[in-house]
Design a protein around this ligand. Sequence first.
Ligand SMILES: [Zn+2]
Ligand SMILES: [Zn+2]
Length: 176
Amino acid sequence: MTDLWLLPLALREPPELLRWLADGLAPVFHVEVGLLPSELALEGGRHPRRRQVDAGWILSQLLGLPDPGLVLAVTSEDLYLPVFTYVIGEACLGGRAAVVSTHRLHEERYGLPPNMERLRARAVKEAIHEIGHCHGLVHCPSGACVMHSSSSVEDVDNKGHELCPECARAVARRRG
Ligand SMILES: [Zn+2]
Ligand SMILES: [Zn+2]
């Protein structure tokens, strides 16, 4: 039984990215990860002037899908929220929808040569982080914990790739 669905939305990275995310998420949350066909058009969430898509709009679209369970949308589009110039990801706290963007996770964006390993590490951390929010986790004060808040790619690199013991216990309690 699939417990967590990945939904590619205007995703331009090679399909391995989705496998990396699935492999990263499955052992942390003890879930079966599946792939949903990408049928959602992003046009309704695109800002007329910013070259960005509203992350909240994406979440509302995911919540409107016919009962897919927990769903993580993965997009190459740049995301924003009305109160933030950009976000790397966004999730419904304790809910069943999350989105993560690879837009700001590429080395090329910062004038560096492409590095797939680094992209992979960053994307997996942010996917775990957002699905952690869906499991009711809030931002963790531990700088080593993947639930530590990250508003830039440096923050993503600086934090660890795992849940700290306390966050892991909270996920285990929720699973029951
Ligand atoms: Zn967060
Ligand atoms: Zn933690």
